[in-house]
Ligand binder design. Structure first.
Ligand code: ZN
Length: 582
């Protein structure tokens, strides 16, 4: 991405924006040695593990692994893109930023679509003012004027009226089609939303990315959402986040509801930390986004069959983000909007009764099996172990096992043993993820070598002289090492610059982590250490090639490929000599 923003401009802005100064605007930083420390804003903690280095112009949290340069910080805090972070810091430093090429073309194109959506929303809002029936409907549903204005609620007229209004504003038909607002075939052209109450759907920054429409009579479908477009992806939208993100961050809790009406009703009675998943099931993207603002979530889905299923799926997704999850016990057949309409603080009282997710899960499973004999109990354990296994905290796991023992009247120790068995049988899954893969000695050595390179330019020189394509087998480390060597050739190595260049590959936190970790070597023995490491890595490579050759030779002998085998044997002797001389 950075390729489209002139490198010089990025350097210029980064050099003027002091990381300590910028981060201090958001967090209280405390001096600690040559660095600064703070409680990490990206995860919950009691002792500070968030480190900012004025010397390297990098930050890193040793608790949750977030890190990078001043741009990375801003992107993570403000939830903005790299170009936006550049523009933002450029403004602060008094450097005007304009983009060139592809980036500008794409953002210009999307900008145009957003602009059209804003204008279309205005058309719908204007139509609402003309339509008494729609107004009466909203009033009857209890929406006050302020709510209608805040949520930019409108009304979609007939196809003809909609088209006329669009023509008057000179809106391109093609783009209206692209936004799914309009269809044209050779027979007829038709607006997508007709005679419906319209609720714009906002991005987290308050832009209108799509629309939802509800009928005011009994026609079907009752609700209709914009189809996906270059700016609208339902699974990557959390309705209401633009209104609630600050409240959620400040209060460190969020309430998750199903639809926009629930959210609007709650907003109207002052419950402002609400987001809606738009449709029944939460997506992994939505779960990750929630985690960025809070680590505590209350699920308030309808408790009908579909709602229960959605709650259960949501729990597993949110658990993967290590969130504290509670479920609000809504009376069956009622949604949050109903409770608000019933008056008082009924919803908040229900919220106070929210059950921790595990109790909720347990209750669901127990209700399914009212006879609760021994086989039922075993089934319940099997149903709950996967959820329990997603938990990362041992104390919590123990507590849940105790609860299971109590509720199911089973021996605690046996449940514990069964759970361990379950974990062991399912642990294969763990190793599928590259991050959880057991680190071998080789990876540790590569990491240390890279840390040394980041620490000292002289070491980059030593490594470069003996550079061999196989030196780093970890592709991320290899990329970083190559970048280090190149930037030294250009003059100077700046870790903060490097972190920026690698932002897109998600490697910036690797750089900050390596650069800010306490080094475990003696200053004056560094060069020897590097030579030892490189020697070991090379021997490891040679050994690998030897093993491969041996396999080839064996297969070749079986197939009778004498000539090749002869050649491989010579190669093997050569490699063996090499490994001894190392
Ligand atoms: Zn952290």
């Amino acid at each position: 991405m950075s390729g489209f923003v002139p490198e010089e401009l990025i350097d210029n802005i980064r050099e003027r924006a002091d990381i300590v100064e910028i981060i201090s605007e958001y967090l209280p930083l405390k001096k600690a040695g040559k660095n600064y420390k703070a409680l990490c804003p990206f995860h919950q903690e009691r002792t500070p593990s968030f480190v900012v280095s004025p010397e390297k112009q990098l930050f890193h949290c040793f608790g949750c692994g977030v890190g990078g340069n001043v741009f990375s910080f801003l992107m993570k805090w403000e939830k903005i893109t790299f170009p936006e972070a550049i523009r933002n810091l450029g403004e602060k430093a008094g450097i005007p930023v304009s983009f060139s090429g592809e980036e500008e073309r794409i953002s210009g194109y999307k900008e145009e679509l957003y602009r059209i959506n804003e204008l279309v929303a205005e058309i719908f809002q204007g139509e609402l003012k003309k339509n008494k029936r729609a107004q009466a409907y909203l009033k009857g549903r209890g929406f006050d004027e302020e709510t209608v204005a805040t949520f930019k609620i409108g009304f979609a007229p007939s196809s003809k009226e909609f088209l006329q209004a669009c023509q008057k504003r000179d809106l391109s038909r093609e783009k209206l089609q692209e936004l799914g607002l309009f269809f044209a075939s050779n027979k007829e052209s038709r607006a997508y939303f007709r005679y419906r109450i319209i609720l714009p759907i906002f991005t987290s920054r308050g832009r209108i990315c799509g629309f939802g429409g509800r009928v005011i009579d009994n026609s079907m479908p009752k609700y209709l959402n914009s189809s996906e477009s270059p700016i609208f992806d339902k699974g990557r939208t959390l309705y209401g986040l633009n209104f609630s993100k600050e409240v959620i961050r400040r209060g460190n809790e969020a309430i998750l509801v199903e639809g926009y009406t629930d959210l609007i009703y709650l907003h109207q009675v002052g419950v402002r930390n609400v987001i809606a998943s738009l449709g029944t099931s939460l997506t992994p993207w939505q779960a990750r986004t929630i985690k960025r603002y809070t680590n505590q979530i209350f699920i308030a889905y309808d408790q009908d069959k579909a709602g229960v299923a959605a709650t259960l799926r949501g729990i597993d997704l949110l658990l993967e983000q290590d969130l504290r999850i509670k479920v609000i016990p809504l009376p069956r057949g009622k949604d949050p909007a109903d409770l608000v309409k019933e008056g008082g603080d009924l919803f908040l009282r229900k919220k106070a009764e929210a059950t921790p997710y595990f109790d909720y899960r347990l209750k669901q499973e127990m209700e399914k099996r009212p006879s609760l004999d021994l086989e039922d109990k075993i089934e319940i354990l099997n149903a709950l172990f996967p959820t329990l296994g997603k938990n990362k905290n041992l104390v919590r796991i123990r507590d849940f096992i105790k609860k299971l023992s109590h509720e199911l009247d089973l021996d605690e120790e046996s449940i514990g043993i069964e759970f361990k068995k379950f974990k062991r049988d399912n642990s294969k899954d763990l190793f599928r993820s590259p991050f959880l893969r057991k680190k071998d000695g080789r990876e540790e050595m590569e990491k240390m070598l890279l840390q040394l390179m980041l620490d000292d330019e002289e070491i980059i020189n030593i490594v470069e002289k003996e550079w061999d394509a196989d030196l780093f087998r970890n592709s991320s480390y290899c990329l970083i090492a190559e970048k280090l060597i190149n930037s030294l050739k250009e003059g100077k190595v700046a870790s903060a610059k490097l972190a920026g260049q690698l932002e897109e590959e998600n490697l910036s936190s690797l750089i900050s982590s390596f650069s800010l970790s306490k080094s475990s070597w003696e200053e004056d023995s560094k060069q020897n250490l590097v030579r030892d490491l490189m020697g070991s890595l090379e021997r490891n490579n040679l050994q690998r090639r030897i093993n491969e050759l041996r396999k080839k030779i064996k297969v070749g002998e079986d197939k009778g490929e004498e000539k090749e085998v002869e050649r491989w044997l010579q190669e093997l002797t050569r490699l063996k000599k090499q490994i001894i001389s190392r």
